[in-house]
Design a protein around this ligand. Sequence first.
Ligand SMILES: NC(=O)c1ccc[n+]([C@@H]2O[C@H](COP(=O)([O-])OP(=O)(O)OC[C@H]3O[C@@H](n4cnc5c(N)ncnc54)[C@H](O)[C@@H]3O)[C@@H](O)[C@H]2O)c1
Length: 149
Amino acid sequence: MRISIFGLGYVGCVTAACLARDGHDVVGVDVNPVKVAGIAAGKSPIIERGLEDLLKTVVRQGKLRATIDARDAVLDSDISLICVGTPSNPNGSLNTRYVESVCKEIGLAIPKNPGGALSYEGLLELALDSYYDRNTHLSRPRPNRRRAA
Ligand SMILES: NC(=O)c1ccc[n+]([C@@H]2O[C@H](COP(=O)([O-])OP(=O)(O)OC[C@H]3O[C@@H](n4cnc5c(N)ncnc54)[C@H](O)[C@@H]3O)[C@@H](O)[C@H]2O)c1
């Protein structure tokens, strides 16, 4: 399967390397060009035993590449995984700013896919449904669409 992974931090980088090792064609996306350049060169942005060797292997095999271009990644994948940070707000609630930003980028790219018709708002709802279904102890805020639009 062709998979794009948004956010190449602790979760996204390990997920990208492991899915590529398992035979998927993975493209990682991050807003940090230094991180993207490092991963594209097979360098790990985090200290995790075995990760750098695995990154070097899957990059060399052409199973993993990295980019800052969200549209390119969406158009080159069948599924996108969102692995950006979800920090806490000062009052302890969930800050979905980065998730909203990625949903917007993916939503803008999807209509260019043949048959793709998911709007940004629909995508964001799906992403937040998935998150809150798995984190039932958190109360769900109303998304701030004006900020992300
Ligand atoms: N780290 C853990 O041990 C852990 C464990 C369980 C769950 N999680 C959850 O996994 C998610 C990711 O956590 P993490 O620790 O990997 O975060 P992280 O801060 O290490 O990485 C997030 C990455 O997302 C990138 N990013 C931000 N905006 C982006 C955008 N618009 N497009 C592409 N990339 C963007 C950042 O540059 C950064 O590299 C969070 O929701 C976190 O709560 C993390």
